[in-house]
Design a binder for this molecule. Structure first.
Ligand SMILES: [Zn+2]
Length: 338
């Protein structure tokens, strides 16, 4: 009966997929870390103090596909405008999916003079984990996912830090073009997400979030930028690599782990509902005992069974509450009859 329910159907499909992937790769993906790579140190970029502010580059940067050249020009000339711009995430989830599906970033890179082989434009270069990670970030940054955090002790402190974090994020650019070597003609990297966060009063940090796709593991390789951190560091980027299979199971958690690891909002992970589920096998509903995933912010809920707190599907929690109410209703009717 409940197999028709979206969150249960998706969970069974995704858990099965990861089990098959484990067999194929002979890797223990379900026990793997969420963060596959993180920088050892923070990198800060000093903003110029004397400049002639110019809006032009900022405007271009806030368009669909940004690149490093544009970002640097915008930071040099228009920080004032970046800082005051209200649109932190310029691209909608739907548009992002279209971009991924049509290799739009590579097309734009080609127009801007990078060398891009034809096969990069014709074959799909993405995994669904990329989309899920973007989607979760989108919900979080639009304030639509506040329910992923539990209202426990010191919640006012949490809200204070949330507001501080929110204010520090200036731009999240998807599909961001970065050169992969000092030769302009080489194939560029396309970062899955670039976060521009202000740091102190006159500095920024450039955080690259990369989803290490399962295809790369199947080919025996790794994420496209994993192993090239040194070069990216030289360009000023802090690189964070997250596991795509974790993005399929709990993208909200992946974003929270990134916020913790980068230090821009550590409480995001600390207050996350279900943060103690540290392997994918533990994502099981405490009521129906079927697998769980969190592709919507409310898909995993906390629920009290006797004196135990368990995690359960939104559907199962709603039905349990409905059952309780109808049982109580019947008792009430009976007692009235008596
Ligand atoms: Zn359930």
């Amino acid at each position: 009966m409940s197999l028709d329910v979206q969150e249960i159907k998706s969970a069974i499909r995704i858990h099965d997929y990861i089990s098959q992937l484990e067999k194929l790769t002979k890797l223990t993906l379900k026990n793997s870390d969420i963060m596959l790579g993180a920088p050892k140190t923070k990198l800060v970029f000093d903003l110029p103090t004397h400049n002639k502010p110019c809006y032009e580059y900022v405007e271009q940067l806030y368009q669909e596909i940004g690149d490093r050249d544009l970002l640097m020009q915008a930071l040099r000339t228009g920080w004032h405008y970046i800082s005051s711009n209200g649109t932190t995430i310029p691209v909608s989830k739907e548009k992002y999916f279209q971009q991924l599906n049509s290799s739009q970033a590579f097309r734009v890179a080609k127009q801007r003079g990078y060398q891009v082989p034809e096969k990069f434009l014709t074959t799909k270069q993405f995994c669904y984990g990329q989309y899920e990670a973007y989607s979760a970030m989108h919900e979080i940054m639009h304030g639509k996912a506040l329910g992923i955090w539990s209202n426990k002790a010191n919640f006012s402190n949490f809200m204070y830090n949330y507001a501080k974090f929110y204010k520090a994020i200036k731009l999240i650019a998807p599909q961001f073009i970065v050169p992969s070597s000092s030769y302009q003609s080489s194939i560029p990297y396309i970062l899955d997400q670039l976060w521009v966060a202000s740091h102190n009063s006159n500095q920024v940090r450039l955080l690259g979030l990369e989803v290490a796709g399962e295809q790369h593991f199947l080919n025996g390789g790794h994420s496209k930028t994993l192993g090239n951190e040194k070069y990216l560091e030289k360009l000023g980027f802090e690189m964070y690599h997250v596991a795509s299979w974790w993005c399929r199971v709990d993208p909200y958690r992946v974003i929270c782990e990134f916020l913790k690891e980068s230090g821009i909002f550590p409480e995001a992970q600390q207050y996350l509902i279900g943060a103690e589920l540290d392997t994918i096998d533990k994502y099981v509903c405490g009521i129906c005992h079927r697998p769980m995933v969190r592709l919507g912010w409310d898909w995993i809920q906390q629920c009290q069974i006797g004196d135990r707190t368990v995690y359960a599907h939104k559907h199962c929690v709603a039905h349990k509450v409905a059952d309780k109410l109808s049982t109580r209703g019947r008792l009430d009717v009976q007692s009235q009859r008596c």
